[in-house]
Design a protein around this ligand. Structure first.
Ligand code: C5P
Length: 232
């Protein structure tokens, strides 16, 4: 039997800090980084580009599944921890579009479709290469890498997550209301946790960290201690 490259799975709801944690871990251990949320966002962007109405009451699951299967994506590391990846769709740089809140909402709609999830499964697993992988998402520890060596589930109250996102956007001079952000986060949580296809939940063997009252430094200290104990 061939030894598989180690995987650190970092799951949790949006705004929980998992992106920062995953990027930091990948850099520290020079592991590959899988931003699985970006893949679902890219499916949404590709669907919009193909003229598919993602606000429609019911979605064409077969067409979206095919589109996800054929997705021509490239992730280019930038070396910048603030913005670690350039995302390309059929060669075009779509990073800003992929990172928008609208793309997050579209992603959570297409992500509820089992055929879309099936189409992205092998692509996600192909990121597992030596010396190791940090996989950031919702179902990394439960579905895509159930044998991950370390599973971290990062969470925080919806209020704290909305406030973090608000400060991030304010920093970038993007005007949004805290109230709208809070409701959008709650709606996305509800959709991600209640869907039938790979709902967001901690794996039974995940180490759960509630970062509501923690600084990002405290979260990182906890995570690094855990990874060191389990993997190094
Ligand atoms: O993490 P991010 O905000 O980029 O994810 C966007 C959406 O993609 C999530 O709200 C979720 O619906 C979906 N997603 C998923 N499974 C993953 C990663 C993301 O369903 N592994």
């Amino acid at each position: 039997m061939t030894e598989k490259a180690p995987v650190i799975a970092v799951d949790g709801p949006s705004g929980s800090g998992k992106g920062v944690v995953a990027t930091h871990l990948a850099e520290k251990y020079t592991f590959h980084l899988l931003d699985s949320g970006a893949l679902y966002r890219l499916v949404g962007v590709a669907a919009r580009q193909a003229g598919i109405d993602l606000d429609a009451e019911s979605l064409d699951e077969g067409r979206l599944g095919d589109l996800a299967f054929r997705l021509d994506v490239a992730f280019e590391p930038t070396g910048d921890p603030e913005d670690p990846l350039i995302l390309r769709l059929s060669g075009e740089n779509v990073t800003d579009r992929v990172r928008s809140d609208a793309a997050g909402v579209d992603a959570s709609r297409v992500a509820a479709i089992q055929r879309v999830r099936d189409s992205l499964f092998a692509l996600q697993q192909s990121f597992r290469r030596e010396p190791g992988l940090v996989a950031d998402g919702r179902d990394m520890g439960t579905v895509v890498f159930p044998d991950a060596d370390v599973k971290i589930y990062l969470t925080a109250s919806a209020e704290a997550r909305a406030e973090r996102r608000y400060n991030q956007l304010k920093h970038k001079d993007i005007g949004v209301s805290l109230h709208d952000l809070f409701h959008s986060i709650q709606a996305r949580d509800e959709r991600d946790m209640s869907r039938e296809a790979s709902p967001l939940r901690p794996a039974d063997d995940a180490y759960v960290i509630d970062s509501t009252d923690m600084t990002i430094e405290e979260v990182l200290d906890n995570v690094l201690a855990l990874v060191t104990e389990k993997l190094f």
